[in-house]
Design a protein around this ligand. Structure first.
Ligand code: SF4
Length: 290
């Protein structure tokens, strides 16, 4: 068993195994489930995520509140255009994440990995990368296991909840999970995976949770989009040999401390930040009345 990143790295170093190999063995022992059963469950969740990531790429499905619609479709048809600044792959990753998020806001079926509010980041990154490197489903399952190991460590030592730690804890954690998983998919070492995860959280440290009208919609969708880009950048930085100065375990404790220091108005109450702007308040009134 491991309770932090240092212990996980130790287990990997001693056994010569990757993060996903250690994590699935621990999970199997802890939950008294076979490895095959765990992999099958993950496969089922991947199928749900894949459907969500593709569902609104060509067809708009408005959110229940009516506040947002059609972002995935816009980016999907824009990617690859001559004047697009990001590569087609990065924009495809963003489109996948927005599609998944739009399925969430229209009350469709998603996998909250790690939360519903950040549900687009992990599949958006991993599906794009799997297509880019021709990974098979088994590789994807491994990547999701690595992501889960990182998320578990954050949950144990800090929080994954926007209400408790701000958006840094929700979208920041999802970004860290995706960054570490992509780094491993591309052959990075355990240390590089942890550097990628650390940098992803470091880059959004202090990000508040301020959903307009208290609905997990605005700015959440775009925070999924930037979470994807952040994760890709951090995976690339780690693979290039860039390190995070502060180790992963210390970064997440710092993130938790920052989250607890945020006033309640900036932790999913729908009061401060963008929710408290005249536009945010007007939207809330329009949906819920005075
Ligand atoms: S702003 Fe808050 S509700 Fe929205 S995704 Fe971030 S943590 Fe979740």
């Amino acid at each position: 068993m491991y309770s932090n990143a240092n212990e996980l790295k130790d287990l990997c170093d001693r056994s010569g195994k990757k993060i996903w190999q250690v994590a699935i063995e621990v999970e199997s022992e802890y939950n008294e489930t076979t490895i095959d059963e765990i992999r099958q469950k993950i496969k089922e969740n991947i199928d749900i995520m894949r459907q969500a990531c593709n569902k609104t790429l060509k067809k708009e499905i408005p959110s229940i509140s009516g506040l947002t619609s059609g972002m995935a479709k816009k980016i999907f048809s824009y990617m690859g255009k001559d004047n697009a600044i990001f590569s087609k792959e990065i924009l495809k990753s963003v489109a996948y994440s927005l599609s998944c998020f739009e399925v969430n806001t229209s009350m469709g079926k998603i996998v909250a990995a790690p939360t519903a509010g950040s549900c687009g980041i992990l599949p958006g990154c991993l599906f794009m990368l799997a297509e880019k490197i021709n990974a098979v489903d088994d590789d994807l399952i491994n990547a999701f296991i690595t992501a889960a190991a990182i998320g578990t460590i954050i949950e144990k030592n800090a929080t994954l909840s926007g209400a408790e730690g701000g958006c840094q804890a929700e979208c920041g954690s999802a970004s860290a999970m995706a960054a570490a998983a992509m780094t491993e998919m591309l052959g990075g070492s355990v240390e590089q995976c942890l550097h990628a995860g650390s940098m992803a959280i470091t880059n959004v440290m202090g990000q508040i949770c301020d959903p307009i009208a208290g609905l997990v919609e605005i700015p959440c969708a775009k925070r999924n989009a930037i979470g994807v880009v952040n994760a890709i950048l951090c995976a690339d930085m780690a693979l290039a040999g860039i390190e995070c100065f502060v180790p992963f375990d210390e970064v997440i404790v710092a993130m938790y401390e920052v989250g607890k220091a945020l006033p309640a108005t900036l932790r999913e109450t729908g009061i401060g930040g963008l929710a408290g702007t005249p536009t945010g308040v007007a939207a809330r009134r329009k949906i819920f009345g005075e």
